[in-house]
Design a protein around this ligand. Structure first.
Ligand code: ACM
Length: 679
């Protein structure tokens, strides 16, 4: 073994940046390793790689099984091993040092995960360089101990083989947590012996399509109903997935939603809701002891199955409405001295935490669990931005960062007029990649409390497996590099080049990633400012925009900045349940040849084209002449995002230009526009 270390010291020199023409500039390894030192000479891999060393037999066998699936022939052999595993307790958890020399390969780590990740890197080297590897030494370790991906299997069920296929790719990118969103209003997905209705009924919908189900009464049916669509995992399925993941050094973190997002449970056990009636509530009744019986029974079975130290209990987006009037909830609040419904929710989370802690596990929940007071040992998963995670960390709790604007893989990743229907928000590969979950600026007290990062794929509008992979990859690779690679070793251009290669490899292996090389990027109209007669002119609002989507305030419609794909980019201004009625004052009467305004439609965000847009002009701001009434021709049902200019062209004169965009009458519907262009 010493031989390798000598080689490491004498013949290697650190040369991340240097390159002498012969030497490859990059290892191509993804996520990028922390340190690479290039050596001299080549390492020619034998057809079958004899390996031996300090690994426990079970860990060795896991590596062999994995290597076999990758087409890398390993054979355990003590005689003259070409690949030697060594224990080095100075190496960080999950880290490794991989020394590739003409004499052979040494893979040192302090744990089995590190050895596994070293093998992932070795595999990627063989994919890049073939059987003649350049001599090098890689010293690598993850930036964060929690590197996760979440898959929502409630909104659309995925079978265990699909899950295992994604786990394979996760392992390649050194993820170590698979967060399985097993329960939600659209379907319960895990067999629970004590509550068979959960999988006899609550796992099945008479509509495969989530939107049709959601707008069509949100009903469930029995599994033998001819229309039944859905599914669930038996306990054996779950054990199989957990074991498969374990061998890839991935811990499966189960999520059981409470107290909100629970329509499916309350449909089959309505006595657990405040009304006692099915299809009336999404939240459990916290005043009812039976709720605690149910939840702790379910959690006991979940804890029996899942070895994960974390049990995710959801906690997000409870409507809390029924609790305000429910006699049982009110009585509980009075008895326990809880001043509002936030504290009532916190009461439930704390009780559930005690139950979980008593069984040796830790509670993990979405950042709403901060409301009403955080349970004493809870870890927060921050999704509504980073503030929840930071607040938790400041108060001495651990946090996992998963903010929507960097980590939500259900958001559209490119031109939404072409991409499959997605959440009407936008998240590109570079935006995922640029994320830093724990910048130094957060301070010494906060940074160590941030355990890591997680990408989330919600599947309301992701009906098929192909679509699911399209959303997960390659943005999932960017999440992996955010979680693994230290910021100083991240470089988007280098990552992008590697990702294109990774996409080809995924495709060769039957995955369906997004074709990043064809990405169009930002909306063309948003790239350059417009300068026209209305630029910088005052706007009078006859109807008020929503403060929630004020964008840049009263200057938005004439600031020369057209909106991007994302209605939340502060260039689009939003009106809810209202017409848009605005007047631009051009300051003097002048000839006009064109007036145009862009609107967008985003089905999943309730953003609609106006029914029609009336464009008129006036000399005095009192009496208007209509130039055009432009009718909408985008159907209400159209699922993709659309951006349309409603315009008039011709010859006219005037000082005041008025735009009236009439609401389509859909309750709760928004109208968004970005700029009034006048020429
Ligand atoms: C969430 O996106 N509701 C956690």
């Amino acid at each position: 073994m010493k031989r390798f270390f000598l080689f490491g010291l004498a013949a290697l020199y650190v040369s991340l940046a240097s390159c002498d023409g012969e030497r490859p500039r990059t290892t191509g390894i993804t996520p990028a390793p922390q340190q690479v030192a290039w050596g001299r000479g080549r390492c020619v891999l034998p057809e079958t790689i004899a390996c031996a060393g300090d690994l426990a037999p079970a860990d060795m066998s896991d590596i062999e099984t994995w290597a076999d699936r990758q087409g890398l022939a390993l054979v355990a052999s003590d005689a003259e091993p070409f690949l030697r595993f060594a224990t080095d307790d100075t190496i960080a958890a999950e880290g490794y040092r991989l020394t590739v020399s003409p004499e052979g390969i040494l893979l040192a780590s302090s744990d089995a995960a590190g050895a596994f990740y070293g093998m992932q890197s070795l595999l990627q080297l063989t994919e890049r360089f073939g059987r003649e590897l350049p001599a090098l030494e890689i010293a690598d370790a993850p930036r964060f101990p929690y590197r996760g991906l979440m898959l929502d299997v409630s909104r659309h069920f995925r079978d265990k083989e699909f899950v295992k296929k994604q786990l394979d790719l996760m392992a390649r990118y050194k993820f170590n947590r698979f967060h399985w969103h097993l329960t939600d209003g659209a379907g319960w997905r895990i067999a629970i012996d004590r509550y068979p209705e959960l999988t006899e009924i609550a796992a099945w919908r008479p509509y495969p399509d989530w939107d049709a189900w959601h707008t069509g009464g949100r009903r469930y049916c029995r599994r033998d109903d001819p229309k039944a669509d859905g599914g669930y995992y038996t306990k054996d399925d779950i054990r199989e997935v957990i074991e498969y993941a374990r061998r890839l050094h991935i811990t499966v973190v189960p999520e059981i939603e409470m107290p909100g997002h629970s329509e499916e449970v309350l449909a089959v056990y309505p006595e657990l809701s405040c009304t006692g009636e099915p299809y009336t509530c999404s939240d459990f009744c916290i005043g009812n002891e039976k709720t605690f019986q149910f939840l702790t029974d379910v959690l006991d079975e979940v804890i029996d199955l899942f070895p994960s130290e974390y049990i995710h209990i959801g906690g997000d987006e409870a409507s809390k409405g029924a609790w305000r009037t429910c006699p049982k909830c009110k009585a509980r609040m009075e008895r326990e001295g809880l001043k509002d419904v936030d504290e009532l929710q916190s009461y439930l989370i704390r009780r559930i935490e005690r139950h979980i802690n008593a069984r040796g596990r830790k509670l993990l929940g979405w950042d709403e669990i901060l409301e009403g007071g955080l349970a004493p040992n809870a870890t927060v998963m921050s999704w509504r931005g980073v503030e929840g995670g930071i607040a938790a960390a400041r108060s001495g709790h651990h946090a996992v960062m998963s903010p929507g604007d960097h980590c939500y893989l259900d958001f559209c990743q490119d031109d939404p007029t072409v991409e499959p229907p997605a959440a009407a928000a936008f998240l590109t590969l570079p935006t995922v990649y640029e994320y830093d979950p724990a910048p130094d600026s957060l301070g010494e007290a906060v940074v160590p409390m941030i355990l890591g990062v997680q990408g989330n794929l919600w599947c309301e509008r992701v009906p098929t497996e192909e679509h699911c992979e399209h959303m997960l990859w390659p943005r999932g690779v960017a999440i992996a590099e955010v979680g693994w690679t230290q910021p100083e070793h991240k470089d988007y251009d280098d990552f992008y080049a590697r990702v294109l290669v990774e996409i080809e490899r995924m495709q060769e292996r039957g995955y369906h990633p997004f074709e990043q090389k064809d990405a169009v990027g930002s909306r063309v109209e948003s790239r350059e400012p417009v300068a026209c007669l209305s630029t910088g002119k005052a706007v009078t609002y006859n109807t008020a925009y929503s403060p929630k989507y004020a964008a840049a305030g009263d200057g938005t419609l004439t600031d020369g900045l057209r909106g991007g794909w994302n209605y939340g980019d502060k260039r689009w201004q939003g009106w809810i349940d209202s017409d848009v009625d605005v007047v631009v004052d051009l300051e003097r009467k002048q000839p006009l040849t064109y007036v145009g305004v862009d609107f967008m439609q985003g089905f999943s965000a309730d953003i609609w084209m106006p029914r029609e847009v009336e464009i008129s002009v006036s000399d005095d701001g009192e009496r208007y002449t209509t130039l055009a009434v432009v009718a909408n021709d985008i159907p209400f049902e159209y699922r993709k995002s659309v951006y349309e200019t409603f315009a008039w062209s011709g010859e006219a004169e005037g000082r005041y230009v008025r735009i009236v965009a009439r609401h389509n009458g859909h309750k709760g519907g928004w109208i968004f526009c970005d700029e009034v262009v006048v020429r």
